[in-house]
Write a protein that binds this ligand. Structure first.
Ligand code: ADP
Ligand code: MG
Length: 246
């Protein structure tokens, strides 16, 4: 879907955030960008979204152009819902901004809410939803315009572990069913190993790609307890031991 060619980013204050990032990401991959705080993960997502430009190197898109706002869904750690609008109206927002009528969007809103497990909460206000449910609304809102690429920046980091596991499982299912390309930022080795089909391990700043793991693990409930999962977690842990300063 896109290729990063020796991408680097230096901010105007001279801070070198990313260095020599080279990777080819195929359509339908679920890529985890895994690395310690400050290694440039969010910066890399912003480059992919076209919100920042690389200082050196380049990103080339298979489609031949930088995807527009409708082609990219973005999900942040904070669900950032409109507090005065119910779940359905929050999911509707990106379509509303593009001039689609509510009547026209209604079936799609219902489908998206159902896909994230909130079919019965269309008219519930954000403050009456749990943290996990608010994040589900945020994911439905990101998917409403059927983007080619879903960018997620530590979306589950603020959730309790039980809720996080459920959302991880549901996101895996959603990815399997939809075939979307996902780039998911996390600093959790366990989360990356559970979710992704591929893990790019990043070094501390300036962020470089320290390792590139494919994760052909068993799917479904067996995944988290499988020996392959444990071995992958151990391999990633060992990679970090090599690249982290003592
Ligand atoms: P991560 O998401 O991996 O925690 P970030 O991409 O947010 O890391 O940031 C990488 C580094 O770049 C950090 O040291 C951060 O302080 C710095 N940084 C991020 N954005 C800017 C900016 N606009 N100007 C200057 N420095 C920035
Ligand atoms: Mg970040």
């Amino acid at each position: 879907m896109f290729t990063l060619h020796a991408v680097g980013k230096t901010f105007p204050d001279g801070l070198r955030a990313l260095d020599a990032i080279t990777a080819e990401i195929g359509a339908g991959e679920f890529v985890a960008l895994l690395g310690p705080s400050g290694c440039g993960k969010s910066t890399l997502l912003r480059l992919l979204a076209g919100l920042e430009r690389p200082s050196d190197g380049s990103i080339s898109w298979e489609s031949g152009r930088q995807p527009g706002p409708g082609d990219i869904g973005y999900v942040f750690q904070d669900a950032t819902l409109l507090p005065w609008a119910d779940a359905a109206s929050n999911v509707f927002l990106p379509l509303r901004l593009r001039g689609v009528s509510r009547a026209e969007a209604a079936p799609r809103i219902a489908t998206m809410l159902e896909q994230v497990g909130l079919a019965d909460f269309a008219h519930t206000m954000p403050q009456a939803l749990s943290g996990g449910m608010r994040m589900r609304v945020s994911i439905a809102r990101a998917l409403i315009s059927d983007p080619l690429l879903l960018l997620m920046d530590e979306p589950f980091a603020a959730l309790d572990e039980f809720t996080r596991h459920r959302l991880q499982e549901d996101l895996r299912g959603l990815w399997r069913r939809s075939g979307k390309t996902i780039v998911f930022v996390t600093h959790s080795i366990y989360e990356a190993a559970f979710l992704a089909s591929r893990i790019l391990v990043m070094s501390p700043r300036p962020g470089r790609i320290a390792a590139d793991f494919s994760t052909p693990l068993p799917d479904g409930a067996a995944r988290r307890g499988s020996p392959e999962y444990a071995a992958l977690v151990a391999d990633i842990t060992e990679t970090f031991r090599r690249v982290m300063p003592a």
